[in-house]
Design a protein around this ligand. Structure first.
Ligand code: SF4
Ligand code: MG
Length: 286
């Protein structure tokens, strides 16, 4: 337990999340994964955008950055490029990451930059009182979808894989141990790693859609989640209305920061040789 507590700014607790909110469970899974890997807390940076989920870094005793809406990955990219030795983690919500920050997300994935991105997906904008997000399932209610959302939602894992992420996993807050394991593997992967943590917002998603208590919502998540290994032998019709959990993709590829630094070194050497040549020419002409 003391292993875990040292990663929290205990003077900032208790947190401001509503009773039953899933963000605490997901944050706990991240901290336990970090503790298990024995990461040096002075070498970990956690960056967030705006929203209920983005409050999490405020409680964590790492170097943390609470940035602007949707821009956590842009800030994190700057940090990683200037200090490739740091472990950079982004904590973001479904609206923050896939709407306002959608472009940053796909390009960070395309570059395969070594950032671990954990998306706390409660299928709604919580902090601003329940507007539907690109992750709100079709037909569900939100403040801005009072008769039901008519838009299709992203499959975030497929989006991340298609854009170039090299590690992708998904779990729910019901599957907290699986979530911790996936985050641990994502932290080890040298490249852009995505873990979608499907969690519950009883205050808005739950209340608007009459999903019951936080416990009812956890059971609702459990009933819709199918482990990717079990899904491999299931008939497609059995998977309708379900989503996959587990490790969905793990294919390491060259990482952006390392490639960039190697290129910069090559250019520096070329430039040094060129300068040497100029000096030699100058000496010969004397
Ligand atoms: Fe959590 Fe929803 Fe409350 Fe925000 S509004 S703290 S997401 S339960
Ligand atoms: Mg949300």
């Amino acid at each position: 337990m003391s292993d875990i507590l040292k990663y929290f700014r205990q003077n900032r607790l208790p947190h401001i999340w509503c009773p039953g909110c899933g963000h605490g469970t997901a944050t706990g899974a991240l901290v336990r994964a970090i503790a298990k890997l024995k990461l040096d807390k002075n070498k970990v940076v956690v960056v967030s955008g705006i929203g209920c989920s983005s409050r999490a870094p405020g409680y964590l005793d790492f170097d943390t950055l609470h940035t602007t809406h949707g821009r956590a990955l842009a800030f994190a990219t700057g940090i990683k490029l200037s200090r490739p030795d740091l472990k950079v983690i982004v904590l973001t919500g479904d609206g923050d990451c896939t709407a306002i920050g959608g472009n940053h997300f796909i390009h960070a994935a395309r570059r395969n930059i070594d950032i671990t991105t954990i998306i706390l997906n409660n299928n709604i904008y919580g902090m601003t009182s329940g507007q539907y997000s690109p992750m709100t399932p079709k037909g569900m209610l939100g403040t801005t979808a009072p008769y039901g959302n008519v838009e299709r939602c992203f499959d975030l894992a497929k989006l991340a894989i298609a854009a170039g992420a090299t590690y992708v996993g998904r779990a729910t807050t019901y599957h907290a141990t699986l979530l911790e394991d996936l985050i641990g593997k994502a932290l080890i992967n040298k490249g852009f790693s995505v873990v979608e943590a499907v969690d519950q917002c009883p205050t808005y998603m739950g209340r608007k859609n009459k999903l019951g208590t936080a416990v009812d919502m956890l059971n609702w998540l459990k009933d819709r989640a199918v482990n990717v290994k079990a899904a491999a032998v299931m008939a497609p019709e059995k998977l309708e209305g379900k989503f996959l959990v587990g490790e969905l993709y793990n294919q390491p590829e060259p990482e952006f920061t390392a490639e960039y630094m190697a290129m910069a070194e090559q250019v520096r050497r070329k430039y040094d040789n060129f300068q040497g040549g100029v000096r030699e020419c100058g000496q010969n002409s004397d």
